[in-house]
Design a protein around this ligand. Structure first.
Ligand SMILES: [Zn+2]
Length: 307
């Protein structure tokens, strides 16, 4: 039996939410009537959430990342190009120093930063991937939750939280740690998927005859919050940060290259539209254009702490 619990809104603490859908027969996707955050409720208990990040996380395609290393080697050039974009994006603010990646997985991005002169550190919950980062790549990675990691105060120039904040069960304690270990002039890069209310998801919902917000979000129950740019900003401000810059990316870029979206449909017209959209370059064009218009399916904020 999967244990679940009812939670209050992770952003405003309210307890008045409208249900949008039920996922996997048990997890509710709800939208807070007070602040507008969409979140999972009921969701797994603390113990259940911790269990998601066991060994299976890098094997189970439903919540995690199967064949992570194989994918890296197969798509090395694309991935290195993404790493390079990241390095250049961070360099707008800091040209070097100490960098921490929260949820660094196998440490591949950190390894890339290290090769470019950064002093790198990581924390990672999964033992499988943390061990690889430590033993194979020789990185300084702690296999503990962020709040148990040992770092001095005011230590980091840059902290990366890439596709992490939507997984957090307790934003308050995580951001307290981040504030403590970040230098006063340091920056945090926060990236989350723009799920459910991104234009592409809204169109998908309408095309399948459903209300926006009701289609299945990614990686339930590992994802606990489904942010929009507005709710992410509010969350960061609530915990003592201010936004320096907002960028937009494409979430799931690599995964989609490996598993192209299906064009299946029971209706011929839908199948035809899907083929035009997914296979004939329409989507490619939109996904190229969207980040330039800040309409990509990944939300990226560069934030500093309020002192
Ligand atoms: Zn709320």
């Amino acid at each position: 039996m999967r244990e679940v619990e009812h939670v209050r809104c992770p952003l405003c603490g309210g307890d008045d939410a409208r249900q949008l859908s039920v996922q996997k027969g048990i997890y509710g996707v709800v939208k807070c009537r007070v602040c507008g955050l969409t979140y999972l409720c009921p969701r797994p208990t603390k113990r259940g959430i911790a269990a998601i990040y066991n060994e299976q996380y890098y094997k189970d395609p439903a919540v995690g990342y199967p064949d992570y290393l194989k994918t890296f080697h197969q798509h090395r050039e694309t991935i290195l190009q993404i790493f390079d974009e990241r390095l250049r994006a961070v360099s707008q603010f800091k040209r070097g120093g100490r960098i921490l990646e929260v949820g660094c997985a196998y440490g591949l991005l950190l390894d890339y930063f290290r090769k470019h002169g950064w002093e790198t550190y990581g924390v990672e919950l999964s033992q499988t991937s943390a061990r690889y980062a430590q033993d194979v790549l020789g990185l300084d990675v702690q296999n503990v939750p962020l709040k148990r990691a040992q770092f001095p105060d005011l230590f980091f120039d840059v902290i990366l939280m890439l596709d992490v904040v939507e997984h957090l069960a307790d934003h308050k304690s995580a951001f307290e740690v981040i504030r403590r270990i970040l230098k006063d002039d340091g920056i945090v890069v926060v990236q989350v998927p723009y799920e459910l209310f991104h234009w592409e998801k809204v169109l998908q919902a309408i095309a399948s005859g459903r209300r926006p917000g009701t289609i299945a979000p990614d990686a339930v129950p590992a994802h606990l919050c489904f942010f929009t740019p507005r709710t992410l900003r509010l969350m960061l401000e609530k915990h003592g940060f201010f936004v320096l810059k907002r960028e937009s990316g494409n979430y799931g870029r690599i995964r989609e290259r490996i598993f192209p979206p299906s064009t299946d449909s029971k209706f011929l017209i839908c199948r035809l539209l899907k083929v035009i959209y997914y296979r004939l370059g329409v989507r490619k064009l939109l996904r190229w254009l969207a980040p330039k218009l800040k309409q990509g399916s990944g939300i990226i904020f560069y934030v500093s702490k309020r002192i």
